[in-house]
Design a protein around this ligand. Structure first.
Ligand code: SAH
Length: 482
């Protein structure tokens, strides 16, 4: 922990450089790094070096930078607002630093903190928004790591949003009284409809939404994002899902979504588990639909978090219909579905040249009737079949597929808790599949993949399905209890 009274020895500021000269002395890698950094601004770069390396030379040509092709002299620095001593030559850098200081120009000397008037930050650039990270020399690696983290938290369109805000500033100040009303407007602007339209790349619509917001005194409209949480591992969440989670007022999540993902939301966000684990429905689908509508009406930003992809066996269709009927804005954020996570865990090619060129997502719960569903025919013609929620119907699925003509030797791969550290993998054939139903040792979600393409998987880390005996499981369960 740093002491509570820790003081910064370098104080961050943003300096106006538009059109101003910035001098860099040097012709190699150090100079190029500084040129690239300062080149993110609208300063007029001046590179002073008699010899120039090809990469820097290419940068100079591309960025239209002024190159002073001469041995360094103090007069080259004149008129500059900032100087970089980046020649890689200790003696020369020292001379440059002393000259700059004499001329009253702030200087930065590469890798020579004792000669520096200022340090350059690691930069997250969403012009006009900039986030500068400084460590006072504690470590460029640390700064770059922080830069990476912050960069992924921020929408790529943040700059456009800020530019739109700047263009509306004067109007907002004229129309809205200072204080709450103005603050409320900017809150809705940065987190509501205008921000979402910019995110979707629709700048015209964003502008219109902002103007509407400016002219109406209506409270902010709610919004629901149906977000895929992925199969379980937190880092299989998309960056967009992560961002929406951090912005949400309310997170409505299923039981299958791991706590670690839900915990990515703001600490003060309301969290509403709505169950839907087999056998313990805490809320009916109709109640969930009504809840989403109600939260939307209250003007909340809601993330409806579903395991895997929200559009795969997630009843998202019903939720979207309810939101549409109620006139509440919503969007869908895809996620990594369980079949893809299971395939990755098995290094299993879901499509395989010459073997399988189509894929079926099914639950197997439609096999009970007399007629075979269409997907069974697809399986027979070579499709790879991913069975969701298939544990309790494993025998039915195997029996009907074999009866329909699929070979009992067809390969089967099964993953419990795909993508998670404690995952278990099993391999076998269609003839072994019925044993899955009796396995008391599997308590997590299970994905079953059937088809000839499964033979292309890696079975080095999987257990044979056929080896399972009920007694083993009972002994194991007893062992775990004691
Ligand atoms: N929308 C989700 C599926 C919800 S249905 C998705 O796209 O993945 C729930 C079923 O998904 C479970 O019964 C199981 O078959 C499968 N499933 C979800 N997470 C899983 C995981 N980590 N490992 C294996 N199967 C999983």
């Amino acid at each position: 922990m740093s002491p509570a009274n820790a003081k910064l020895n370098a104080f961050p500021v943003f300096m106006r450089v538009e059109g101003e000269a910035v001098a860099i002395v040097g012709g190699g890698a150090e100079a190029l790094a500084k040129a690239r950094l300062v080149g993110q601004s609208s300063a007029a770069l001046r590179i002073i070096t008699p010899t120039i390396e090809p990469e820097l030379s290419a940068f100079v040509a591309e960025a239209g930078v002024r190159h002073v092709a001469a041995a360094y002299e103090a007069s080259h620095l004149e008129g500059a607002v900032m100087v970089f001593a980046a020649s890689g030559d200790e003696e020369l850098d020292r001379r440059v630093a002393l000259d700059a200081r004499r001329l009253g120009i702030p200087v930065n000397a590469v890798d020579r903190p004792e000669l520096c008037d200022f340090f350059t930050p690691a930069l997250v650039n969403r012009a006009p928004v900039a986030i500068a990270i400084g460590t006072e020399g504690a470590g460029p690696v640390l700064a770059q790591m922080l830069r990476g983290r912050i960069d992924q938290m921020l929408s790529p369109s943040l700059g456009s949003l800020a530019a739109l805000a700047a263009s509306l500033r004067a109007a907002a100040e004229k129309i809205l009284p200072k204080g709450n009303a103005r603050r409320r407007f900017w809150n809705s602007f940065f987190q509501g409809g205008p921000a979402r339209a910019v995110e979707a790349g629709e700048l015209g619509r964003a502008h219109d939404a902002a103007v509407d917001l400016l002219l109406s005194s209506a409270p902010a409209a709610g919004h629901v994002a149906l977000v895929g949480a992925g199969p379980g591992a937190e880092d299989l969440l998309t960056l967009r899902a992560h961002r929406l989670l951090m912005e949400a007022d309310v997170i409505v999540h299923d039981a299958l979504v791991p706590e670690a993902v839900v915990a990515m939301g703001r600490r003060d966000a309301e969290r509403l588990p709505v169950g839907k684990r087999k056998g313990c429905h805490t809320k009916s689908q109709a109640e969930i639909n009504a809840l989403l509508v109600e939260l939307g009406r209250q003007g909340k930003r809601v993330v409806r978090l579903k395991s895997g992809d929200p559009l795969v066996f997630g009843r998202a269709g019903e939720e979207m219909a309810a939101l549409r009927d109620a006139g509440i804005a919503y969007e869908v954020v895809p996620g990594v579905t369980a079949a893809f996570a299971a395939a990755a865990d098995f290094e299993l090619p879901l499509t395989l040249r010459g073997v399988s060129s189509s894929m079926v997502f099914t639950t197997g719960h439609d096999l009970k009737g007399n007629s075979l569903p269409d997907w069974a025919k697809l399986a027979i013609s070579g499709a790879t079949v991913a069975v969701y929620m298939g544990r309790s119907v494993a025998a039915e699925v195997a029996g009907r597929l074999i009866e329909a003509g699929l070979s009992p030797d067809t390969a089967v791969a099964i993953v419990e808790n795909a993508s998670l550290g404690h995952r278990r993998r099993f391999h076998g054939t269609l003839a072994d599949l019925p044993s899955l139903e009796a396995r008391a040792d599997l308590s997590g979600p299970v994905m079953t993949i059937i088809g000839d393409a499964v033979a292309g998987a890696n079975f080095e880390r999987s257990e044979p399905l056929a080896a399972y005996r009920r007694e083993d499981a009972i002994t194991a369960a007893e062992g775990a209890q004691s």
